[in-house]
Design a protein around this ligand. Structure first.
Ligand code: 9MG
Length: 271
């Protein structure tokens, strides 16, 4: 039986991003080759990541989905070489999650919050894995076209609470679940910053909160480039530290060493 997720990932914990995809804006497909992905993951863990999140399907704005076969073809060689290391699988597909959990993944990071594949909840429940439920308005292909909310924070909170109840009703222990507002997933720049500014309304749901602001375009737009598709490392670190100060538990990032060092300093100051 796994310990509660807040014990396994004390605040702050860093999750390193390993995109085994050819088309990621944020890391330019640098880990599409399995050996490169494994080397990146090992470096992230050596640099202090608590876990690495391995994904074979791009969820960047405009991305098309890939088949389960293609996703497995991308991630399985990486997961095989990472056996025994702390790994999360970034997938919405039951078939991919099942194989990843067999290969040792301990967390399923589902950007659809169990809405993408009706079979995924049972796979997670039976395995006893940790689960991240993320908010997204729309789907990656179209989500940034015209995102609208009356009140982004209360709508995201209501969504996450409903998905948490659905996951628990499907047999997944609440103590193994964390929540994520989905920075950049059907949100404007202002929506994204508002979600972190009012993070206390999400931590009030009683589950650890994950924030993934790393290298996202809102950071580049904030700094004056309206056409930005990525954000800088420095802006990413600033957003992560602010999110931690507002109550985030897990920071999902590309530049692990920089975030680990900044969060250690922030933790010492805030202690
Ligand atoms: C896969 N992926 C891309 N961005 C993400 C984010 O912000 N959170 C989570 N949980 N997954 C993400």
């Amino acid at each position: 039986m796994r310990q509660a997720i807040e014990r396994r990932f004390p605040r702050p914990s860093v999750m390193g991003v390993v995109n085994v995809t050819p088309d990621s804006f944020s890391d330019g497909g640098v880990n599409f080759d399995p050996d490169d992905a494994v080397a990146s993951a090992r470096r992230m863990l050596a640099d202090g990541a608590a876990i690495v999140d391995v994904g074979g399907e791009s969820t960047r704005p405009g991305a098309e989905g890939v088949s389960a076969e293609e996703e497995l073809r991308r991630v399985v060689p990486v997961l095989e070489q990472l056996a025994g290391m702390p790994v999360s699988i970034d997938t919405s597909k039951a078939e991919v999650a099942r194989r990843a959990l067999q290969l040792g993944a301990e967390l399923v990071n589902d950007v659809t919050a169990l809405r993408g594949d009706p079979a995924l909840a049972e796979v997670v429940a039976e395995s006893g894995a940790y689960l991240c439920l993320m908010h997204m308005q729309g789907e990656p292909r179209t989500m940034q076209a015209d995102p609208r909310y009356d009140d982004v924070v209360s709508e995201v909170a209501a969504f996450l609470e409903e998905r948490l109840r659905a996951a628990v009703a499907a047999g997944i222990a609440e103590e193994r679940i964390c929540l994520d507002p989905g920075i950049g997933f059907g949100k404007t720049v202002e929506h994204n910053f508002e979600l972190v500014r009012r993070l206390d309304e999400l931590t009030a749901l009683g589950r650890p909160v994950v924030i993934g602001f790393s290298r996202k375009s809102s950071l580049g737009k904030l700094l004056g480039d309206p056409q930005a598709t990525t954000g800088s490392v420095a802006a990413s670190v600033g957003a992560a530290v602010a999110a931690y100060e507002r109550g985030a538990t897990i920071l999902r990032v590309h530049d692990v060493r920089e975030h680990v060092e900044a969060l250690a300093a922030a933790q010492a100051v805030l202690a």
